[in-house]
Each structure stands twice: as C-alpha cells, then as structure tokens.
Write a new protein. Structure first.
Ligand SMILES: Cc1cc2nc3c(=O)[nH]c(=O)nc-3n(C[C@H](O)[C@H](O)[C@H](O)COP(=O)(O)OP(=O)(O)OC[C@H]3O[C@@H](n4cnc5c(N)ncnc54)[C@H](O)[C@@H]3O)c2cc1C
Ligand code: FES
Ligand code: FES
Lengths: 157, 262
C-alpha cells in the first residue's frame, strides 16, 4: 500500500510526515509528533478522550484519518497554554478540582472550549448535554460542569 | 483497520472517475460511520475516495418551497441553520439530537442516508417530509430510497449530492435515545405535507417505515390525541438488550404523541 506525505499546522507550527492511508490523526499526533497529551480511551468514537480542534471545530481524532486532515489547522491540549499561563478552561479545571485521574481531561478541555466557542452563554443543562460525547469515569461530572460554567464567564471577558 | 489506498477527490466528476478506476472503493464523507466499521474490520475496501474537498456539495438553501441541503453538510450546520430553524424547525431539532457535538461537527447528511442504519435519525425526516434525494445521475423519491437494513436504492458508485425537503405545514420529531450510544431506540417524525399527513419511524424496525393507520387518523385530526389510541404491531420489530419488540412498538405511539405535541 502507498504512503502519503502530509503537511498541517499543529499548535501554530507547520509539521510534515509520511503516513499510511489508515493512519489515524491521533496516531500521527502521539506517535509521529510525540504529542501524547491527546489520549485514546475507547478507539470507538464514544469517549472523547481524543478530542482536538480541526480548523476550529472540536472532533474525535481517533476517527479522523491523518491524510484526511492534510492541510488543516490542528489544535491540541499542548497548544492551549501561553507559556506558564494556563488557558482559562485549564485554569478553571484546576480551580474547581474538575479532574481526578486526569485521563479524560485533555479531551474534556478541548471539547469544552469548542462548546463555549459555539455558545458562551450555556445553562448548566446545555453544558451537560454538550458533554454527551465525553466520558469521565472518576468525577461524576459535577466539578467538570462547574469548571466549564466558570470558564465561559472568563472567556466571555 | 486494513490498509487501503487513499484519494482526495477534487470534484464530483473526479470522485466518480476515481471510484470507477478502483477495485472496490468507498466514498469517505465524515467517516463517523465508515471509519468505526473499518476499525472493526467489518469491511475491507481497496480504496477510499475522500469527498472532503467538495465544497460545492456543502450548504443549505431555499428553492421553490424546498429546503435543499447538500450531501456534505454536517449535522451541526443543519442544527444551527437559521433557514432550517425558521422553515422546518423539526429538521433542525433532529440534526441536534444526532450523537454528540463532536460527531455533529463531522458527520454528514449524505453519509447518513447512504448508510441507512436501522437506527439512523435522518431517514425518518426524509421519509416523513417526502423529500427527494438527488444523486449524480437522478432524483430518487424518499418512498423508493430506503430499501432495507443498510440497503438503499443507490447503485454502485452513485453519489448523493443533496436532498430537497419540501417545507411542511407542520412537523415534529421525537426520539427515545439509547442512553449509551445516543442513537434513537425509536424515533418518530410526523409531518403535515401537501399530500397529507406522513409518519415515519426509525430505530424500531430493520429500516425506516411509515405508519398508515396513524397517517389516516392525522388526516382527520392533526393532534396528539388522534394517535394516542393507536397501537402498532410488534411483529418484525427489532429486539436487543436495550428494548424488546413490544417495548419498541409501545414507544412508537408515545414518541408519535410527543412529536405531535412538540
Ligand atoms: C458516537 C456516535 C453516535 C452517533 N449517533 C447517531 C445518531 O444518534 N443518529 C444518527 O443518525 N447517526 C448517528 N451516528 C452516525 C453519524 O450520524 C454519521 O455521521 C453518519 O451516519 C454517517 O455520515 P458520515 O458523513 O460520517 O459518513 P461516512 O462514515 O463517511 O460514510 C458512511 C457511508 O456512506 C457512504 N457515503 C458517504 N457520503 C456519500 C455520498 N455523498 N454519496 C454516496 N455515498 C456516500 C460511504 O461510502 C459509507 O459507506 C453516530 C455516530 C457516532 C460515532
Ligand atoms: S478515543 Fe476517540 S472517542 Fe474515545
Ligand atoms: S478524571 Fe479520571 S476519567 Fe475523568
């Protein structure tokens, strides 16, 4: 089978690579670029641990081909903080104790930023609905929802 | 996932010719169904033809009493379109019930219809609204399109380009989601169209289907009460760990009532 040369922007930097047709975006990020902040929880498009932004929209990177995303602009959890200053969503997760083991957290944060970008005035119910594609096995979601409600206020500015 | 040759189509014509030139190709739209299928090794295409660059297959417009949604339009865009929300709010609502926000950012109308999953949401809207499915070679009426479980009237390599949804006088959609997957266990779309009432059920059977006894009752009286007493048969309905056939049959009436009240 053939290999494909791809080029994309990841966290503001241009990157290139050689991939197979079947190489997933999450494999490319983790195994080719060493960006292991993006996790694989289920590999079946259910849990959201692999969430990244592609051209500004939150998506599950375990269900995108790297070749499919060739030429796109990708943002991962590693690209959020500005030096030592956390993104408001990361800061809110820290402040509100929105994680325990932390496995789901990168996906939660990326997905949550996508939700706030779409609607910065979510009710608690809308936040809970918005998280339908993100599973957390530890927290019971309560503090995650609190963190997102707090972060949307900061992000609204 | 077995490996495959990957191609990006530059145009609809290019997609068709690449499809024709390959051994056993599949089109790739959002990949929200196809990639999970390939990961499970339930299918082994030789080539994938990515439709992602076909911008002329994306968008929503109004054309002589129809809302036209192009095939590559993602569920999120149908859910949030001002045009769809004002002309067929039930369709915008349905798009917002599909999966989760990240699935809706990627999955497309064309992929959903071509796949025709017994539990897919869109087929109920297409059938109830008496929509027309446009392909690269013809237009197919909704009543002729959905043939059976994962089976449609599409020929090998036939490309869905868009769907025309006639604007109804009234319409509603309600589903009872599987709490884990969010796919409808039963979803019912009701529409008051220029040809009378149409009721389409997804999730309950092997393929989306209409309920003539409900349609007749609604032609006489368009109200939740008109269908409340109608019990549909459980014969041939799906049965799995989530719901028995009898429970699904019961849900058809309940969801129809709620769709009419919505
Ligand atoms: C977690 C999860 C939850 C989901 N929940 C729901 C739900 O509640 N309701 C629901 O309806 N769906 C649900 N889906 C499925 C989702 O809606 C898919 O997006 C959709 O079924 C397929 O669209 P796609 O663009 O991703 O198509 P793909 O996966 O790319 O393709 C699907 C099939 O259609 C063919 N195809 C694609 N585009 C065309 C075209 N233009 N012409 C001809 N053939 C084409 C492909 O070759 C393939 O065989 C869910 C998916 C996931 C992962
Ligand atoms: S790893 Fe992608 S959704 Fe679970
Ligand atoms: S913090 Fe452990 S899975 Fe969410």
């Amino acid at each position: 089978m053939s290999s494909y040369s791809i080029k994309m922007t990841v966290n503001g930097k241009e990157v290139t690579g050689e991939v197979e047709g079947r190489t997933l975006l999450v494999q490319f990020l983790r195994e080719h670029l060493g960006l292991t902040g993006t996790h694989v929880g289920c590999d079946t498009t259910q849990c959201g641990a692999c969430a990244v932004h592609v051209d500004g929209r939150a998506m599950k990177s375990c269900t995108l081909l790297a070749a499919h995303v060739d030429g796109s602009d990708v943002l991962t959890i590693e690209g959020l903080a500005d030096g030592d200053t956390l993104h408001p969503m990361q800061e809110a997760f820290r402040e509100h104790h929105a994680l325990q083991c932390g496995f789901c957290t990168p996906g939660m944060v990326m997905s949550a930023i996508g939700l706030v970008n779409d609607n910065p005035n979510m009710s608690e119910k809308e936040v809970r609905h918005g998280l339908e594609g993100n599973f957390c096995r530890c927290t019971g979601y309560h503090n995650i929802v609190e963190a997102i409600l707090a972060a949307q206020e900061t992000m609204r500015g | 996932m077995y490996d495959f040759e990957y191609h990006r189509a530059a145009s609809a014509d290019d997609a068709k010719s690449k499809f024709g030139g390959a051994d056993d190709a599949r089109y790739l739209a959002g990949g929200m169904t196809l990639l999970p299928v390939l990961k499970q090794r339930l299918d082994q295409p030789s080539d994938l033809i990515d439709l992602g660059d076909l911008d002329d297959l994306r968008g929503i417009s109004e054309d002589s009493g129809n809302i036209v949604v192009k095939a590559m339009t993602v569920h999120h865009d149908v859910n949030t379109s001002d045009l769809v929300k004002s002309r067929i709010p039930a369709l915008a609502h349905l798009a917002g019930t599909i999966g989760d926000p990240m699935v809706r950012n990627r999955g497309t109308l064309g992929g959903s219809l071509a796949n025709n999953d017994p539990a897919a949401s869109y087929p109920s809207a297409v059938l109830a609204l008496n929509a027309a499915i446009h392909t690269d070679r013809r237009t197919i009426a909704a009543d002729d399109f959905f043939e059976g479980m994962f089976t449609t009237a599409l020929d090998e390599g036939e490309l869905i380009t868009g769907v025309s949804f006639p604007v109804p006088e009234a319409a509603g959609y309600m589903h009872f989601p599987n709490p884990a997957s969010r796919y409808p266990i039963v979803g019912v779309f009701v529409a008051k169209t220029s040809d009378g009432a149409r009721v389409a059920v997804t999730g309950a059977g092997a393929c989306v289907y209409r309920v003539p006894e409900m349609e007749e009752a609604l032609n006489a009286d368009w109200s939740p009460d008109a269908v409340a007493g109608i019990k549909v048969s459980a014969d041939g309905l799906n049965e799995d760990i989530h719901a028995s056939a009898e429970y699904r049959a019961h849900l058809v009436t309940v969801m129809a009532k709620r769709a009419l009240a919505a």
